[in-house]
Write a protein that binds this ligand. Structure first.
Ligand code: UDP
Length: 476
């Protein structure tokens, strides 16, 4: 069947990520995979993120003629805190649906290739309803582990089982499993429950409910994951479609979508280090350290006597000067390389990397796993805690840290766990084994690759409203 929304035969898909770094990078990768298949993509960032992303990438070339990077306002004033989840979700829900609708209508009036499909991050659920209103295809993208999505899609079961109340508030701290083969989770570790006070939990739960409603209206639920990593979840939730891991390296390309400039000098520094010797330390785009914890980490890395590459992102601590212990830089010398943002995928692929001390964000997890790098887990919140469970208890390719009686991960704990991980060959063996399994899923005949091709074909063949698509049955 021909695509009825399309004039020239080129499928035109609109992709809209949630506003965080860990969402923009994988969705931009998905966009580029679509382009490889001849699809035209309009990629919609908020104005703030559009400036960041195009600045860091356009310096090195453009995305090519099939990619259109555009922006719409997020409904917030320039000075407002975009990491305030309640405020930003409220603002975006108020302003962005109207702006997105206008954008699609304008493009579809002028562009020969009309937008026939919207791929919306689960953090932008309203975009699914905009697509529904305009009678075009609608697809939800989940950028965290599928197991976390499955919990969101099982809210009624969580309420029935007494895990959360009907306003989303956790009723206990115990672990639970959605099925005996799925990883253990805690109700205090959901996206909406890990942000602090009860009013915040209740407010964020309302957005979680909106996301579930949008998932019901979506025609595909795409996950940046693979059966090789989360078979139990994909077996139990057959409507979740694994198309990951979405990594630029799969296309032999460079990772794009950074908010900060990558410091490439760290690759030259890595070239000088012995094979499998370097501890890579990075905490993603959100994590903030207090000064005590920051200094313990610095001293723990010093104690290892090993080379380390440490990403100290702008804003990682609230201190702007005197962050490091006295005389630290002199003592470390060239053994430690500190950068403000690294080309992470390239770093993890470097032969001198021994292990990844990580906050266990899902992208970082996928990137380390895909390179066979063992982990030291230092999660903060939300799915990072579930990802630690995967690493330490399910895949067993890493170790976690223990906090002391003051809630601090001390320098000796850090040094001890790094030594334990590197000295025990079994972690590396399991990491390499997992790497192979994940690589199999993205090969030409692998399950993620097949799912992706099936999806692309659907975008090209189905009529805009997808009338013949069976309603997605969600949850347990
Ligand atoms: N990243 C990077 N350079 C850095 C640190 C992180 O390119 O120095 C990238 C990393 O490769 C990943 C993303 O930023 O793709 C972070 O996403 P993740 O889900 O790991 O963590 P989040 O930032 O969402 O907490």
């Amino acid at each position: 069947m021909e695509n009825q929304n399309n004039n020239t035969g080129i499928t035109h898909v609109l992709v809209i990520p949630y506003i965080a770094q860990g969402h923009v990078i994988p969705l931009l990768e998905l966009a580029q995979c679509l382009i490889v298949h001849g699809t035209k993509v309009t990629f919609v960032n908020t104005e703030v993120n559009h400036k960041l992303v195009t600045k860091t990438w356009l310096e090195r070339g453009s995305f090519g003629p099939l990619m259109h990077m555009v922006s719409i306002p997020d409904g917030m004033e320039p000075w407002e805190d975009r990491n305030d989840f309640v405020r930003s979700c409220e603002a975006m829900h108020q302003v962005m649906p109207g702006k997105l609708e206008e954008l699609i209508e304008t493009i579809n009036k002028t562009d020969d290739d009309k937008i026939s499909c919207v791929i919306a991050d689960a953090g932008m659920p309203w975009a699914i309803h905009v697509a529904e209103k305009l009678r075009i295809q609608r697809v939800m993208f989940w950028s965290a582990p599928a197991a976390a999505f499955s919990a969101l899609l099982s809210l009624q079961k969580l309420i029935n089982d007494g895990i959360i109340d009907n306003e989303g508030v956790p009723l206990h701290q115990n672990t639970f499993q959605l099925s005996p083969t799925m990883p253990s989770m805690r109700s205090t570790e959901f996206g909406w429950t890990c942000m602090g006070s009860v009013p915040t939990i209740k407010a964020l739960f309302q957005f979680a409910l909106i996301a579930v409603e949008a998932a019901k209206a979506a025609q595909w639920l795409l996950c940046n994951s693979t059966i090789a990593l989360e078979s139990a979840t994909f077996n139990l939730f057959p409507n979740l479609v694994a198309i990951g891991p979405l990594l630029a390296s799969n296309r032999l390309a460079k990772q794009a979508g950074h908010f900060w400039n990558e410091d490439m000098t760290c690759l030259e520094w890595l070239d000088q280090q012995p094979a499998c010797s370097v501890v890579y330390v990075a905490f993603g785009s959100f994590t903030i350290f207090n000064q005590t914890q920051f200094q313990e980490l610095a001293l723990g890395l010093e104690l290892t006597n090993r080379p380390f590459l440490w990403v100290v992102r702008p804003g990682l601590t609230k201190e702007t000067c005197d962050m490091y212990p006295d005389g630290y830089m002199d003592r470390i010398g060239t053994r430690g390389k500190i950068v403000s943002w690294a080309p992470q995928q390239a770093v993890l692929a470097h032969p001198s990397i021994a292990c990844f001390l990580s906050h266990c964000g899902w992208n970082s997890t996928l990137e380390g796993v895909s390179r066979g790098v063992p982990f030291l887990c230092w999660p903060y919140f939300a799915d990072q805690l579930l990802n630690r469970t995967y690493i330490c208890d399910v895949w067993m390719n890493g170790l976690g840290f223990e906090k002391d009686e003051n809630g601090v991960i001390g320098r000796h704990e850090i040094m001890g766990k790094i030594d334990q991980l590197i000295n025990n060959r079994e972690f590396k063996t399991r990491a390499l084994d997992l790497k192979e399994k994940v690589a199999d899923s993205i090969r030409e005949d692998g399950p993620s690759c097949k799912n992706f091709k099936r999806f692309v074909k659907w975008t090209q063949e189905k009529d805009g409203d997808g009338e013949n698509v069976t309603k997605i049955q969600l949850g347990l």
